[in-house]
Ligand binder design. Structure first.
Ligand code: ARG
Length: 573
């Protein structure tokens, strides 16, 4: 597709001495105010070298380039060259490109096949997969899709929290008060009950903590009975997590969690010793990070057991060896900022030049309108319940509104889950936010249902015209005439579609899916203005086909955008 900015830069470069087309390209702006053109070039910086007043320079450039077919109009306004692209040119280019590329529209190859790891979700075994986990799960899933679209090879890792002293507590509680049938029937809620009970009882009986510690030590030493119980808890928990991943359409390439690194810990400790980084402190071993403004990192405990941070150091080293990653991205809550600063600093102190290719992508808290959840006290909202409720509520809305669908259950599932995911990806990730059912399911707001509905609307228009699928339809649409698509709203829509590939790159490079979410809301809104302003199914065949080509392009872009957010796009709604 024509890169308008680059074309313009080349044209200007041919008339300006001393600046490369690239430098000029970086100076070209896209004015917010449409009356100032699609692109503007400020001439202030040229005054010195050209020894001329900026408005005069702008006037010269405007005169020199204005005859080009690329432009509808070129104006000098003060120190600016304001350029209006020929509408037919842009609209024609964009529509043709989307029709040709289809599902690939938006992809780029800036990744050049380099490997990027995206670690996301990473819940703790035998603990609830609660509403707080939705953020890492959904944001991470979108980031992996964005990097895939940018031409990287993505490895999706679920760093399960399947190790640590809490398993000593869990096994201890199970042995004292547990029951196999309950665990099988409802694994996580039951195991959570044991965990809660352990804490209550440990308040009264100080011996319990020692017992749990001993059990965990036996687990670390690979004692058969403990390992079997742990494995069983892990399997049952994974079954429950998998149900949620399935609902969300999420897959992983690796479930190598914390336990995977248990045998790789001694090496890390040895490396730290060899580098002289390890210090003893009351029987435990630490790395002093105070010279770097960070609190000391606890590497091993006085009983010799390993710690969360040590496992993360081992994991990063293992991943570098195994995948030779270009970037190793962690989508983890901002509460763990310090933790990530600490271990990435330690990787640096160990002398690894790839230390800062480990990237922590933090996000804020989600809470519910009726208050936050707390695992310790068992007051917790399960993600699975939220998703199920979203589907149920959507079902009610669908029935009440008489939404057009031939499969109510399927549509309710697609829209309900899409709504929750979309809402999650609408806000700047670092912000805390309150989950609100009204906002999530508003079919007219800047929501998932709104974008999905717009997509279905495109599908319905194409269906009515008998051009919704097949080679035949594609060929007919490809004969569109851009002259029919030069109205204000068609042009606005095409400009947004044109900017879609760049929105993917911006979202990916900032690790911020909300950039893309906002962009596809803009596209949906622009389409609905077009739909409102223009009569699409007119009697003039050529005009109708041309407009339908833009409808098809819009449908394709909305579908591609939703897919990058991890959301389905129903054909009817
Ligand atoms: N399991 C942790 C939790 O639920 C998150 C793990 C984050 N990833 C990491 N490599 N530390 O809080």
């Amino acid at each position: 597709m024509v890169n308008f900015k680059e074309e313009i830069a080349a044209l200007i470069a041919a008339h300006v001495e001393g600046l490369t087309a690239e430098e000029i390209g970086a100076m070209i702006e896209a004015p917010q105010d449409k009356s100032l053109g699609d692109y503007a070039f400020p001439c202030f910086r040229l005054a010195k070298t050209l020894r001329k007043a900026p408005p005069l320079i702008a006037a010269d450039i405007a005169a020199a380039i204005s005859g080009q077919p690329l432009f509808a109009k070129v104006e000098q306004v003060n120190a600016y060259v304001n350029m209006f692209i020929s509408r037919a040119e842009l609209v024609g280019e964009v529509t043709k490109e989307v029709l040709n590329k289809g599902a690939d529209y938006g992809k780029s190859d800036i990744g050049q096949g380099r490997t990027v790891i995206v670690e996301f979700s990473s819940p703790n075994i035998a603990k609830p997969f609660h509403i707080g986990h939705i953020r890492s799960t959904v944001i991470g899933n979108s980031i992996n899709k964005l990097y895939d679209a940018m031409g990287y090879k993505v490895v999706r890792i679920n760093h399960l929290g399947d190790y640590g002293t809490q398993f000593g507590k869990m096994i201890c509680a199970y042995r004292r008060w547990g029951n196999k049938e309950d665990v099988i029937r409802e694994p996580i809620k039951t195991l959570l009950g044991y965990y809660t009970k352990f804490h209550e009882e440990a308040e009264k009986d100080k011996g319990l903590d020692d017992e749990a510690r001993e059990i965990f030590a036996r687990l670390e030493h690979g004692e058969k009975e403990e390992v079997e119980l742990w494995q069983w808890f892990r399997d049952e928990s994974l079954k429950e997590f998998s149900r949620v991943y399935k609902m969300l359409g999420i897959e992983f390439d690796s479930y190598a969690g914390e336990s995977f690194y248990s045998d790789k810990m001694p090496q890390v400790v040895q490396m730290l010793k060899d580098k002289g980084l390890l210090e003893e402190s009351r029987g435990a071993e630490i790395v002093d990070l105070t010279p770097y403004g960070l609190t000391p990192a606890l590497i091993t405990k006085s009983d010799g057991s390993s710690l969360y941070i040590t496992r993360d150091i081992a994991a990063a080293i293992y991943r570098k060896k195994t995948y030779d990653f270009y970037k190793n991205i962690y989508v983890v809550a901002s509460q763990q900022n310090l933790h990530f600063q600490q271990w990435i600093k330690i990787i640096e102190l160990l002398g690894f030049d790839w230390a800062h290719d480990n990237i922590h992508v933090p996000f804020g808290l989600v809470s519910l309108e009726d208050g936050t959840m707390s695992t310790r006290h068992g007051r917790v909202v399960f993600l699975e319940d939220v998703l199920n409720r979203a589907v149920e509520k959507t079902r009610e809305i669908i029935v009440e509104k008489g939404v057009n669908t031939d499969n109510v259950d399927e549509t309710a599932r697609q829209v309900g889950i899409g709504a929750v995911v979309f809402q999650e990806l609408s806000n700047n990730r670092i912000k805390d936010y309150v989950f609100s059912w009204d906002k999530v399911l508003d079919f007219n707001g800047e929501t998932g249902p709104y974008v999905q509905y717009t997509h279905a609307r495109c599908a319905s228009v194409l269906r009515k015209a008998g051009l919704d699928a097949g080679e035949d339809a594609a060929e007919k649409l490809s004969a569109f005439n851009a002259q029919y698509l030069t109205g204000e709203s068609a042009y606005d829509l095409c400009k947004l579609i044109y900017a879609f590939p760049q929105a993917i790159i911006d979202a990916g490079e900032k690790y911020e899916p909300s950039v893309l979410t906002r962009h596809i809301v803009d596209i949906a809104q622009a389409f609905n203005r077009f739909y409102h302003d223009e009569h699409i199914l007119t009697d003039n065949e050529e005009e109708k086909l041309s407009k339908l080509a833009l409808v098809k392009a819009t449908k394709t872009v909305l579908r591609n955008g939703l897919a990058l957010l991890g959301i389905e796009a129903p054909e009817r709604m």
